[in-house]
Design a protein around this ligand. Structure first.
Ligand SMILES: Cc1cc2nc3c(=O)[nH]c(=O)nc-3n(C[C@H](O)[C@H](O)[C@H](O)COP(=O)(O)OP(=O)(O)OC[C@H]3O[C@@H](n4cnc5c(N)ncnc54)[C@H](O)[C@@H]3O)c2cc1C
Length: 249
């Protein structure tokens, strides 16, 4: 007798986030040419089309002024598309940011991969403080063990139930209802620098910002990667953002 039972896909547990820059058109000079139309009219077109002579656009002072006085629209004439893999509970927070465009993989049109998030050992586990300004402290070894084991066990149980339903001919859109929020999904997200600054100001926790925010660590892990990429693309804009208290203009 041959065993024709399909082998269940191997469950993978991850503690990290994927953020890759897929494409971009985002330079400090985009901010400058947009701002200069205000005083130069059509002459600004030449500076928009001319390559930077030494590779580094001048205009740090103008960018800083725009940031400080919250003249936000010159920061919109650019675009960055990121590929993100993160758990669904992170995507749910991401998509509250309406000034971005999203396309996500479908749980109706494809079978979801058994990839689940489990917190790393250095992820703080204990919440102290008051609503809106919680601090998170390391858990005990016992707490970490519990989180790790319970997350792995419930993810495995849920994915088994999903597989059983699919094998019985149940539609993907029905079978997926048992899958937990820590399953990974993938999406493209496109932003401009202004919408990204709003996102970063809310989804990173930094000392000394004008408006401190206390985001969930897992979306902050994505935000940090996006921030690093953006800082490389638009260094003058990034430095003005930092210098002015990380307030979105
Ligand atoms: C730490 C933290 C905790 C949170 N907790 C919760 C929670 O418990 N429950 C919950 O529901 N959400 C929660 N949120 C989500 C939060 O309320 C915002 O929806 C999210 O941060 C997106 O911010 P945004 O609206 O500024 O971004 P975007 O949607 O990208 O908007 C950018 C800017 O555009 C303008 N704008 C966009 N849409 C409108 C509109 N319809 N009308 C007027 N102006 C508009 C605003 O100026 C806005 O700041 C939380 C967010 C953070 C950072």
């Amino acid at each position: 007798m041959t065993d024709e039972t399909p082998t269940a896909p191997e469950i993978e547990f991850r503690s990290d986030m994927t953020v890759e820059l897929v494409r971009s058109s985002a330079h400090d000079s985009d901010v400058l040419f947009a701002a200069r139309v205000s005083t130069m009219g059509e002459q600004t077109l030449e500076s928009a089309q001319a390559p930077e002579s030494d590779g580094a656009p001048k205009g740090a002072g103008l960018i800083n002024y725009l940031m400080r006085d919250r003249h936000g629209s010159p920061f919109e004439h650019n675009s960055m598309t990121f590929y993100v893999q993160a758990p669904i509970f992170v995507f749910r927070e991401f998509m509250r940011h309406r000034m971005a465009s999203y396309n996500e993989e479908s749980g109706r049109y494809r079978e979801l991969n058994p990839v689940f998030y489990v917190p790393a050992e250095n992820r703080n586990l204990v919440q102290v403080g008051k609503p809106g300004a919680y601090d998170f402290l390391p858990g005990s070894p016992e707490q970490y063990e519990l989180v790790s084991e319970a997350t792995r066990a419930s993810s495995t149980l849920a994915f088994d139930a999903y597989q059983k339903m699919l094998e019985a001919g149940v539609a993907r859109e029905v079978a997926r209802i048992v899958l937990p929020l820590n399953i990974y999904s993938s999406m493209y997200v496109t932003v401009n620098a202004r919408s990204l600054m709003n996102f970063l100001s809310l989804r990173t926790k930094r000392e000394g910002t004008h408006f401190p925010s206390f985001p969930q660590r897992e979306i902050e892990m994505c935000a940090e990667k996006m921030e690093d990429i953006w800082a490389g693309l638009m260094p003058l804009t990034y430095s003005a953002f930092e210098k002015n208290g990380r307030v979105a203009p």
